[in-house]
Ligand binder design. Structure first.
Ligand code: ZN
Length: 113
């Protein structure tokens, strides 16, 4: 529960003006946000969720690890999960593309013989 800066009356979170004295409560709302009274998720996990391209490189080098990281992180660390998942996806696509090119060249060589 918050209190009006001006008169000390109880006010609800998110309320913009005091019902008792009519003074603006926006500043107090910002203060209560800092003390965590707005029931927001702790920012600890968010600060770790940097979406670092390093996870993409890891996912690219080891697609299986990228896939596992994506599954494990997709709820808690969506940005890191996306980075690792995209790295793994690109790795799989590039590998698949190389196989396709290889078979096209092989087919061309065989048909030319
Ligand atoms: Zn007031």
């Amino acid at each position: 529960m918050n209190y009006c800066n001006h008169c000390g009356e109880k006010v609800n979170p998110g309320q913009e003006f005091c019902f008792n004295c009519g003074s603006e409560l926006k500043k107090q709302g910002e203060q209560s946000q800092q003390t965590g009274q707005y029931y927001q998720k702790p920012s600890n996990s968010q600060s770790q969720d940097s979406g670092s391209p390093g996870w993409g490189i890891l996912g690219f080098c080891i697609p299986l690890v990228g896939l596992i990281l994506w599954i494990v992180w997709k709820d808690d660390r969506p940005r890191d999960a996306k980075s690792a998942g995209v790295g793994a996806l690109i790795s799989v696509l590039v590998t698949g593309l190389m196989y396709i090119i290889y078979f096209i060249i092989l087919a061309a060589l065989l048909s030319g013989m």
